[in-house]
Design a protein around this ligand. Structure first.
Ligand SMILES: [Fe+2]
Length: 363
């Protein structure tokens, strides 16, 4: 049966530079049948949307597209849909380096979103924007909806930039001039904290090339090879902890719109560090993990007041998307940031990351 997509309004949708954000598409069967479409029909329709260039157009224009109504929620359905969408428009899977969290692969290019504790809020960030290597797209899929909470909030990075210009112009100016120094600490295996624990040995962190039986020195040498793909600025600390600094512009120009976008993980890092009570030395959170503060690119301190104002601006722009089971939220990572709201009950959101299209340059 032929499946078609009809636009629908997403509660709380915003207008950003004249375009609806996010854009909703409801899947339904063309003959008016009320049955849930077969996954095969959805795959054919999404492939056509991708191959015609229409999907890329929608993502460029709107930044995020929510596809609802395909049904049959599972990692396998998501894999079939997302691989059709991205391969259909010539993208390649994004290979992760430097993951600070835990993700499990469940199907072809499909992962659990982040297995950190359910009571933790994740603040807005463009995926891996704290590094110089990041995916062009990150797509979300709801396999299991939480009893309460668990929304996937998104914010438009061009709008964030505009509002920051008004609300914290000193910060925008300083980031333009100096860029950002994003600092991360990765503990050695066995030295993690509790809750959202990760270490440098993770297979998506820096342990990609580890072999069983590698001794510590061999492992560290292999870690360094991966770290250098991100940054030459790193050092080993006590207990074989790894500290790395990534110098990023912090503001980039969206290749889709030509507009400046706030593209960094600053508010994400600040929010989590504050919630963990780790804003002051020695920067150890309640979970026992290390949360290093980020600086301007010249090593000078970003005033806390600016970070507080930054968070208020981003919080106000954030739009909670409540994903239903089977919903597919396609996101242009260059234009749109995302987060995670705490929840009760069970929730399973899956992600898929891709690279393709025009690269994003510094503004
Ligand atoms: Fe993320």
């Amino acid at each position: 049966m032929t499946l078609t997509f009809q636009p629908f309004h997403i509660p709380g949708a915003q207008t950003v530079h004249g375009n609806t954000f996010p854009y909703g598409l409801q899947a339904s069967l063309a003959d008016g049948a009320s049955d849930v479409p077969a996954v095969n029909d959805a795959v054919i329709a999404i492939t056509a949307l991708a191959e015609s260039g229409r999907l890329s157009e929608l993502l460029q224009k709107h930044g995020a597209v929510l596809i609802r109504g395909v049904g049959h929620p599972s990692a396998e359905t998501f894999a079939r849909l997302v691989n059709s969408a991205e391969k259909g428009r010539g993208s390649n899977p994004f290979i992760q380096i430097g993951l600070a969290g835990k993700r499990t692969i469940l199907a072809d290019n499909v992962w659990t979103a982040n297995e950190g504790p359910s009571d933790r809020r994740f603040y807005q960030h463009n995926e891996y924007s704290r590094y110089t290597r990041f995916p062009s797209n990150i797509h979300f899929y709801c396999e299991k909806k939480a009893l309460e909470g668990g929304e996937t909030p998104v914010a438009h990075s061009a709008l964030v930039y505009d509002k920051l210009q008004e609300a914290v112009p000193e910060l925008v100016q300083a980031v333009h001039e100096k860029g950002l120094a994003m600092k991360m600490a990765f503990r050695a295996p066995g030295h993690e904290g509790k809750g959202n624990e990760f270490n440098w040995a993770g297979v998506h962190s820096f342990g990609q090339e580890f072999q069983p039986g590698d001794d510590r020195d061999t492992q560290k040498a292999k870690v360094e090879v991966q770290v250098r793909k991100l940054t030459p600025a790193f050092r080993w600390l006590e207990d074989d902890a790894l500290e790395l600094t990534q110098y990023i512009p912090g503001i980039r120009r969206s290749p889709a719109s030509g507009l400046p976008v706030w593209f960094n993980g600053l508010v994400g890092r600040y929010g989590m560090t504050r919630d963990q009570g780790a804003l002051d030395p020695p920067y150890i959170g309640r979970d026992g993990m290390t949360y290093l503060p980020c600086d301007y690119g010249d090593g000078t301190v970003i005033p806390k007041e600016y970070l507080e104002r930054l968070e208020r601006v981003v919080d106000e722009l954030e739009l909670d998307v409540s994903l239903e089971e089977g919903d597919l939220l396609l996101v242009d990572n260059f234009q749109v940031s995302h987060g995670r709201k705490p929840w009760t009950g069970e929730r399973r959101i899956l992600v898929s990351m891709w690279e393709g299209g025009k690269p994003i340059e510094a503004f």
